[in-house]
Design a protein around this ligand. Structure first.
Ligand code: C2E
Ligand code: CA
Ligand code: CA
Length: 382
């Protein structure tokens, strides 16, 4: 006997050799639930929800098994995606109550007429995700465009496309929340396609001689890069919408998951088609020098966290200088984000930064205002 029904859970087992019978009792009769053999896990259910053993396990032959400690399972479960964790626990609960009903120890569950409890976080996340899918299908997302200023020409030279979601009940939801949610699954792929489509539409509207050189930067998540032929599909879309693809710039956020070989091939393909690629959010997070020397980014965008602290903290100021110098040394252009005050813009221009983005230049704006922003925005930097 390996364990009996009702025993407190101590550990699980990985069967290495031999056969095990898992059985319970129903109306005085033995009911075999399963036969297990090499490679199978035994007794893991009790490790997941800490309930007493719900069946007995008996060796049918000589059995060799490896003990699996509770932590080995619990720690992984705690680190898992909360949705996966709640799926596992939910299934286990359903299995246990099904088993009890089968044994005649519990009546079929009554219809719950009590108060509705607050749904667990996983349920909220599922709901939000489904609503995001619906918003995508109904074209209910939006995209705003934030101007980027060229210190050298003293003009707005392009925009960054930023996706917006106005939730029917919650109002505007921050991209920090819904983009992160979309990035957990491949949902980020259609969200990215949506932003790209809107960027192409905006570019077709900016077709006068004065505006034809304006470009739009589109954010691309690491997961989108995994789509085979990502660049070719992008080129196809631009052509379909009658847009010169070289007016599109891609912004890739720094992350540990950037696969060098893959991104390098993608950048090469972009360069062959005349598209520029930027490394986004540099200066916070990972700021890997590996990204800078192994991947040939045309532009590096310095994160607003550094801009915010460059005057308050001499260390940030020094870091800002060093990062600007590094970017220029590898032959890339620097865009500094989060420029809110004139003194920041002046200081950055003096330090040799060519491109500025932030509220000082302009907040993200709807598509019909872009032409006027490009014509009107001027900043006196000296
Ligand atoms: P990001 O790419 O770093 O975009 C810049 C963010 O800084 C935007 O936030 C913008 O509104 C904000 N910002 C710009 N200037 C200033 C300023 O002067 N001061 C302050 N305090 N904030 C400023 P937003 O729109 O909330 O977007 C957050 C992030 O969500 C973006 O960061 C980007 O990583 C992501 N994101 C937005 N749209 C998309 C999309 O279509 N696809 C993907 N993959 N990511 C997106
Ligand atoms: Ca960006
Ligand atoms: Ca950024």
């Amino acid at each position: 006997m390996i364990f009996r029904e009702g025993d407190p859970p101590t550990c699980a087992y990985l069967i290495d050799a031999g056969r095990v019978e898992v059985a319970t009792e129903q109306g005085g009769k033995r009911l075999v639930l399963s036969y297990l053999g090499p490679g199978d896990l035994l007794g893991e259910m009790a490790m997941i929800d800490d309930a007493p053993r719900s069946a007995e396990a008996r060796a049918l032959t000589e059995v060799v098994a490896i003990e699996i400690r509770r932590d080995q399972i619990q720690e992984r479960l705690q680190e898992a995606d909360p949705i996966l964790r709640s799926l596992v626990l939910g299934l286990l609960q359903r299995y246990r109550s099904g088993l009890n009903t089968l044994r005649g120890r519990a009546r079929a569950p009554a219809v719950n007429t009590g108060p509705v409890l607050t749904p667990p976080p996983a349920a909220n996340k599922f709901k939000l995700e489904s609503q995001l899918i619906e918003a995508l299908e109904n074209d209910a997302l939006g995209v705003l465009f934030q101007p980027v200023y060229d210190v050298r020409s003293g003009r707005v030279v392009g925009f960054e496309a930023l996706t917006r979601w106005h939730h029917p009940e919650r109002g505007p939801i921050s991209p920090a929340e819904f983009i992160a949610l979309a990035e957990e699954t491949s949902l980020i792929v259609p969200v990215g396609q949506y932003a790209l489509r809107k960027a192409c539409e905006a570019l077709t509207g900016l077709d006068s001689a004065a505006h034809r050189a304006l470009w739009i930067g589109v954010n691309v998540s690491a997961r989108q890069l995994a789509v085979p032929d990502f660049v070719d599909l992008l080129l196809e879309r631009a052509e379909r919408q009658g847009v010169d693809p070289t007016r599109i710039k891609l912004e890739i956020t720094e992350s540990l998951t950037l696969d060098y070989k893959h991104v390098a091939a993608m950048i090469q393909r972009c360069h062959a088609a005349g598209l520029q690629v930027a490394l986004d959010d540099f200066g916070t997070g990972y700021s890997s020098l590996g990204h800078l020397h192994q991947l040939h980014f045309d532009v590096v965008k310095i994160d607003q966290a550094l801009t915010r602290s460059m005057f308050d903290d001499p260390r940030s100021g020094a870091l800002m200088n060093a990062i600007i110098a590094t970017i220029h040394a590898i032959g890339a252009e620097a865009v500094v984000e989060g420029v809110e005050r004139l003194e920041q813009a002046r200081e950055l221009a003096q330090r040799g930064v060519r491109y500025l983005q932030g509220w000082l230049i302009g907040k993200p704006a709807p598509v019909d205002e872009l032409g006027a922003i490009a014509d009107r925005v001027r900043v006196t930097l000296d």
